[in-house]
Write a protein that binds this ligand. Structure first.
Ligand SMILES: *Cc1c(COP(=O)(O)O)cnc(C)c1O
Length: 391
């Protein structure tokens, strides 16, 4: 017996249950058509909602920033890594999100790990979390010693009962805004009311809402007419914004506090000038023009409607995220492989990203897709669906 035999065994288990990740390699910029494993295919699974990942304005600003500021920040934000660009981005993000202030971080995941343990660190505190919250929220919760109560997905009775039954020094309710695997949306007006009634802080992770929901893609709070009513808004710069990074938006007080307390801000280096400059360009485009957001929704509505007409189960999505429900992970993997042969890149997703038996292909529609692209995808999904007996 070798010391690493457990790894061999666990890998075998993943493979036999269809849960082994097949990692494909991208050989071009991210676009509607992308080179994947050496083959040019229609990209239906990147989070490039608005086509910003290779947008000419973003590329230009990134290159200019490298010329001016170099490639690395060479420090954490709190020592020598806060560049002018970070402050410009944070002002623009706050304005975009209609909050008093914002703090940019290295990733959306990092934004959750930064915020949760800082706000509710102690075992006297209590966290109320939706059962389908994103893994990075779960990991943020794990970094805190607070008591945790998991409420039923989107179920406000379940949350209210939990709030009635559990007291704590500080209370924090956390929900995804748009749930990343199903595309359904948190009932934000009810969450705001309950947070107020039970004197709890409300934190919403808007990773799939920014660039998508609300006027000009300002996100879930704006979508519900609740600008500034969410205590802590978490965001990512890695999805619709097209680059990489994360942020927190909220009151000046909150952001001042996180700059003192958030461990990833204090102990991990800042984002690079190129990344920050590119995100600034993305925010500027969105502030000035909502054409891409509208195109995204047109594309998504069309695709979803046609998939339903073809007989696919596209779940409960209310957003451009379109899950194609396939049941067992092996079937989803097989479907994905078939699509790839036909020129469609759409990865399968299984446990633990989604519950067991709820494997799927999660289609991510982009504003960069043309009508012909979408027709092509519909044709290939239908063909594969028939061959595999899904429809
Ligand atoms: C994708 C996602 C994240 C992580 O964002 P990154 O910037 O990729 O780290 C966090 N929360 C939710 C809800 C997400 O969907």
């Amino acid at each position: 017996m070798g010391k690493l035999d457990f790894i061999t065994q666990e890998i075998e288990e993943l493979k036999s249950s269809g849960l082994y990740n097949i990692i494909r390699v991208i050989g071009s910029s991210q676009g509607p058509w992308t080179i994947v494993d050496g083959k040019k295919v229609l990209n239906m699974c990147s989070n490039n909602y608005l086509g910003f990942a290779a947008h000419p304005d973003l590329k230009k600003k990134a290159i200019e920033a490298i010329e001016l500021y170099g490639v690395g920040p060479a420090a954490v934000r709190s020592i020598a890594g806060t560049m002018e660009l970070h402050n410009i981005l944070e002002e623009k993000l706050a304005k975009f999100k209609r909050t008093e202030a914002a703090l940019s971080l290295q990733a959306g995941l990092i934004a959750n790990l930064s915020t949760i343990p800082a706000l509710v660190p102690s075992q006297e505190d209590i966290i109320f979390s939706d059962e389908l919250n994103h893994a990075s929220i779960i990991d943020g919760i794990r970094l805190s010693k607070a008591k945790r109560v998991i409420y039923k997905h989107l179920d406000m009775n379940s949350l209210e009962n939990a709030l009635k039954e559990n007291e704590g020094r500080r209370k924090l309710i956390i929900s995804d805004g748009v749930f990343s695997m199903d595309g359904d949306v948190a009932p934000l007006p009810d969450l705001v009311v309950l947070a107020e009634k039970y004197d709890a802080l409300l934190m919403v992770d808007d990773a799939h809402g920014e660039g998508v929901l609300g006027s000009h893609g300002r996100g879930i709070a704006n979508h519900f007419g609740l600008d500034g009513k969410v205590d802590v808004e978490i965001g990512t710069l890695s999805k619709a914004f097209g680059v990489v990074g994360g942020f927190v938006a909220g009151s000046k007080k909150l952001i001042e506090f996180l700059k003192q307390k958030a461990r990833p801000f204090l102990f991990s280096s800042a984002t690079t000038p190129a990344d920050v400059a590119a995100v600034i360009a993305a925010v500027d485009i969105l502030e000035n023009d909502d054409t891409l957001v509208k195109k995204l929704w047109d594309n998504a509505k069309y695709f979803k409607e046609k998939m339903k007409d073809a007989g696919f189960d596209t779940g409960r999505s209310k957003t451009p995220i379109t899950p194609v429900m396939l049941g067992e992970a092996k079937r989803a993997q097989e479907f994905s492989k078939k699509l790839f042969k036909e020129g469609i890149f759409a990865q399968s997703i299984g446990y633990p990203t989604v519950p067991k038996g709820k494997a799927r292909i999660r289609v991510m529609i982009s504003a960069a897709h043309s009508k012909e692209d979408i027709e092509f995808a519909l044709e290939k999904f239908t063909k594969a669906g028939k061959q595999l007996g899904v429809i």
